[in-house]
Design a protein around this ligand. Structure first.
Ligand SMILES: C[S@@+](CC[C@H](N)C(=O)[O-])C[C@H]1O[C@@H](n2cnc3c(N)ncnc32)[C@H](O)[C@@H]1O
Length: 337
């Protein structure tokens, strides 16, 4: 029990009082309300002036810690709630169909429940090659976040640039590989989804990061500074079909992190490699083509036909992209003939 301030109201005014306290951000839902003799006492987190009922001191019983979903349900009892969201720094990015009639009070309630300062609502990632985010910032003055994950800082404007939380395992894996001393070419660097972990944790000597979206380059540059690896990354701004021609024959490892398909850049990747090296090919693949082995077989064949011996090192199943479609990464060792 804890002695604290509460708002005592007649039971038939209890719901009205609860809403007023909630909207004012003073309802302390870490404690149970007290129901006694036709009255309800709502626990408050600060002293307030009230137009009805009475402010008194009472002994309140603490609630078991509520989870974020429960806190959202307490804050917004009468509306359909999202079941998932992305937490990026002090910004929550809600799914695109959340709170279609939301207003400032809704966003403030979301902040209290999810313990964030800013609220955004996602939109379909644009289907063009830059995969822009188009998220809307509903509360807060900007979309810049400094998101920490596996010890890496990713810096980007969430209203302009996508961040796939579902690819966390692949970002971690790129930090766990042994790339000590490697020269790496990242043909689709974005904000450094894989460039940063490979530099910070996998020991790469240098990464040549190709990227054509200025918003992503802005984030990548800030991310390199935040992780103190700026001196080991060269950014090549522009379409990799032009910029990668300067990178021929220099790489121990090439990253092809473009979805839904990186096929058009396979030959660029091959050309960037030294006499031998490793290519990490990202693709969205039909489950059927994974089950019957055609994806792996056809991909290896394509690299063989460029004039090389190839060896499958690993097939990483990153996540589901759509029903019966998987985002996978194929690690291929390539030895030029
Ligand atoms: C968004 S990332 C992919 C996301 C990442 N694979 C992940 O898992 O989160 C792909 C990046 O490639 C860039 N890109 C696409 N086509 C490109 C091209 N031809 N040249 C350079 N950059 C390109 C896009 O601007 C984008 O930043």
């Amino acid at each position: 029990m804890e002695r604290k301030v509460g708002w005592e109201v007649p039971s038939d005014e209890a719901e009205r009082a609860r809403r007023i306290a909630l909207n004012a951000g003073v309802l302390d839902y870490g404690f149970h309300p007290i129901h006694q003799q036709g009255k309800v006492i709502w626990p408050l987190n600060e002293m307030v002036n009230v137009l009805f009922g009475e402010i008194i001191q009472s002994n309140f019983e603490a609630r078991i810690e509520l989870n974020p979903h429960q806190r959202l349900a307490v804050e917004l009892p009468d509306v359909e709630l999202p079941t998932k969201w992305e937490l990026l720094d002090d910004l929550v990015l809600l799914p695109s169909d959340s709170f279609p009639n939301g207003n400032d009070d809704t966003w403030k309630a979301v902040c209290r429940a999810l313990k964030v300062e800013r609220v955004g609502r996602g939109a379909e990632i644009d289907s063009g090659p830059m995969r822009q985010s188009r998220a809307e910032i509903l509360l807060g003055s900007h979309g810049w976040v400094n998101h920490k994950e596996n010890g890496i800082r990713y810096v980007f404007d969430a209203s302009k640039v996508m961040f796939s939380s579902g690819n966390i395992t692949e970002r971690r894996r790129m930090g766990d590989i042994n790339a000590a001393g490697d020269v790496v070419v990242d043909l689709f660097a974005g904000i450094g989804y894989y460039t940063l972990p490979i530099l910070v944790n996998a020991g790469a000597l240098v990464v040549h990061a190709c990227e054509m979206n200025p918003d992503s380059i802005d984030g990548l540059t800030k991310g390199l500074v935040a992780n103190m690896v700026m001196s080991r990354c060269h950014i090549h701004q522009g379409d990799n079909r032009q910029t990668a021609s300067k990178l021929e024959g220099i790489a121990d490892r090439v990253l092809l992190g473009l979805l839904p398909s990186s096929t058009y850049a396979w030959e660029l990747a091959f050309n960037c490699l030294k006499e031998e090296g490793i290519i990490h090919v990202h693709m969205n693949v039909e489950q059927q083509e994974l089950d019957d082995g055609t994806f792996v077989k056809e991909t290896l064949k394509s690299f063989e036909e460029m004039g090389s011996e190839v060896k499958l090192l690993h097939l990483e199943d990153v996540k589901s992209y759509a029903p019966r479609v998987r985002h996978v990464v194929l690690d291929i060792e390539v030895r030029k003939l």
